[in-house]
Design a binder for this molecule. Structure first.
Ligand SMILES: C[S@@+](CC[C@H](N)C(=O)[O-])C[C@H]1O[C@@H](n2cnc3c(N)ncnc32)[C@H](O)[C@@H]1O
Length: 316
């Protein structure tokens, strides 16, 4: 809670202002994100769903050929829509493993703990509620088996490009030689297709962004007027960065009682909300090599819009 408040304050005091997207996910945010995933514009989930529904036996073969025994950690597990194909396959193969879903949303971990072992009889699950790296370290302490880490849904794209290599090197440092990482990348494609995924006609992404202001109002006694902000996504085909902003539609002051602070917004002042970085194949390869991984293979959907890359932890 203290960390959440401090990060929100840091973002609202900054120039230009920003809010950390990891806090989108309260109960309402989790539900909105599930609706986004099934919206016609949000191709990412459909592409990765295709990969896991059709290629899970090949993915499982690859994992087993490298690691006869392992535990599975999923960073930012969400509702495990795609990973459950793999979980079912591994249970079906009678593989002994524990599944550690990691998520910053307590609601997500609660839901998975309640529903997943019922949906996949025989699954051993140990949910970890918290941040990616801290929870990966916890999973490592809980079991000394080799690890297969899933990081799906293009969550990696929510990091700025200059932070991505650092983050991957931190994951690498928590793992042992031979451990595997399966990481979902959204690939560069027609800019119109990309932009519409973050600007759906039903207004779900808009509601998802505004929900963070609602959450701040509720948890920190703030008075954001949700009608005075407009959702505005942009895509830069050169850098591959798709960025979402909330734009203040007027001059306004927002008070936050819990912090005893208020924040002024100029007319049309942007608040940066989230990056969704898109990658070329060469950029993905370079990222693996510079962060200490050996790329094994990449599973793609039939349109080649999305790739799940499998990397092995290389020598130090
Ligand atoms: C975009 S959703 C993707 C969910 C899932 N991986 C999928 O592919 O459908 C991101 C998930 O990561 C979680 N998350 C975001 N930032 C996180 C962080 N820093 N640490 C742990 N979980 C995080 C969110 O709560 C959410 O469930």
């Amino acid at each position: 809670m203290k960390g959440f408040l401090n990060e929100i304050l840091r973002g609202l005091r900054a120039c230009p202002k920003y809010l950390p997207a990891k806090y989108f996910y309260d109960e309402t945010g989790d539900r909105l994100f599930q609706q986004i995933m099934s919206s016609p514009e949000y191709y990412l989930t459909r592409c990765e769903y295709e990969i896991f529904s059709l290629k899970t036996p090949a993915i499982a073969d690859l994992l087993q050929s490298h690691l006869p025994l392992f535990d599975l950690v999923e960073l930012g597990a969400g509702d495990c829509l795609k990973s459950r194909f793999l979980l079912k396959e591994l249970v079906h193969r009678n593989l002994s493993f524990t599944f550690y879903p990691v998520d910053i949303s307590a609601n997500v971990i609660e839901q998975l703990t309640q529903t997943l072992p019922e949906a996949i009889p025989g699954l051993k699950l140990h949910g970890l509620n918290g941040e990616y790296l801290a929870m990966l370290e916890k999973a490592r302490q809980l079991s000394d088996r080799p690890k297969v880490v899933l990081f799906l849904g293009a969550n990696i794209g929510n990091l700025e490009k200059d932070q991505t290599g650092i983050f991957l090197a931190q994951i690498r440092a928590t793992l042992k030689k031979g451990d595997l990482l399966c990481i979902g990348f959204d690939l560069k494609k027609d800019p119109d297709i990309i932009l519409s995924a973050y600007n759906d006609k039903a207004g779900l992404t808009r509601a998802f962004n505004l929900n963070l202001l609602k959450r701040i109002n509720r948890e920190f006694e703030a008075d954001f007027d949700l009608t005075a902000f407009k959702h505005f996504p942009v895509y830069d085909p050169v850098s591959g960065a798709c960025r979402s902003f909330l734009i203040s539609l007027k001059q306004q002051r927002v008070n936050m009682k819990t912090a005893g602070e208020s924040f002024c917004f100029e007319p049309y002042e942007p608040v940066f909300m989230e990056i969704s970085q898109k990658y070329s194949r060469d950029e993905i390869l370079a990222l693996a090599l510079t962060s200490g991984f050996r790329p094994l293979t990449t599973f793609c959907d039939s349109k080649h819009w999305f790739g799940d890359a499998i990397w092995e932890v290389d020598d130090k």
